[in-house]
Design a protein around this ligand. Structure first.
Ligand code: HEC
Length: 150
C-alpha cells in the first residue's frame, strides 16, 4: 500500500514537472525564440573552440575549461522548449512526429557533452580534441534529421 502511494507521488511529481516545463513559455513563438537563442549561444561557445581543436590556435587549458563550463550549461537549455504545441521555427515536423528519435539525439548529445566536460576538466588536449569532434558530430546528426535547411 505504502509502495503504491509512493509510486503515485512520484508519478504526480513527474507529471507536474512536465506541465510546468511547457507552461514556461507563453506561446509557441516564445518557445521557438528561446530554443533558437539557446542554439545560437551554444553555437558561439562551441564554434570558438574550433580553431583550438584544429590546432590553428594554442590550447589554453584554463580558457577551454571555462568555456566548456559555459557551453555545457547552455547545452542543457534548448530541449524544454520543444514541447507539444511549439511546432515551427526551423525545426522539422519530425521533431514532434518522431519524438522518440529526437529524444535519442538529445541523449546522444548529452553523453557527448559530458565527455567534453570531463576532458576539459582533465586539461588534456588530445582528450579535448576527440571529445570536441564527437560533440560536433552529434550537433550535425541531429540537424541532418530534425532541422530545416535554409
Ligand atoms: C537533438 C537535436 C539538436 C542538437 C543535438 C543540436 N541542435 Fe542545433 N538545432 C536543432 C534544431 C531542431 C534547430 C532548428 C531551430 C528550431 O528549433 O526552431 C537547431 C538550430 C540551431 C542553430 C540556429 C539557431 C537559429 O537561430 O535558428 C544553431 C546555431 C545551432 N542549432 C547550433 C547547434 C550546435 C553548435 C549544436 C551542438 C553543439 C547543436 N545545435 C546541437 C536541433 C539540435
Amino acid at each position: 500500500m505504502k509502495k503504491s502511494i509512493a509510486l503515485f507521488a512520484i508519478a504526480t511529481v513527474v507529471g507536474l514537472g512536465c506541465s510546468t516545463a511547457s507552461a514556461q513559455f507563453k506561446d509557441a513563438d516564445a518557445a521557438i525564440d528561446y530554443r533558437e537563442a539557446a542554439m545560437t549561444l551554444m553555437g558561439s561557445h562551441f564554434g570558438r573552440m574550433g580553431p583550438v581543436a584544429k590546432k590553428e590556435a594554442p590550447f589554453d587549458a584554463e580558457a577551454i575549461r571555462a568555456n566548456v563550463a559555459i557551453f555545457s550549461t547552455i547545452a542543457a537549455l534548448p530541449w524544454v522548449a520543444y514541447g507539444p504545441g511549439t511546432e515551427g521555427g526551423a525545426a522539422k515536423p519530425s521533431v514532434w512526429s518522431d519524438a522518440k528519435g529526437f529524444k535519442q539525439k538529445q541523449d546522444d548529445f548529452k553523453v557527448a557533452v559530458t565527455k567534453l566536460d570531463a576532458a576539459a576538466e582533465k586539461g588534456d588536449f588530445d582528450a579535448f580534441r576527440v571529445a570536441f569532434g564527437a560533440v560536433g558530430k552529434s550537433c550535425k546528426a541531429c540537424h541532418d534529421s530534425y532541422r530545416e535547411k535554409d
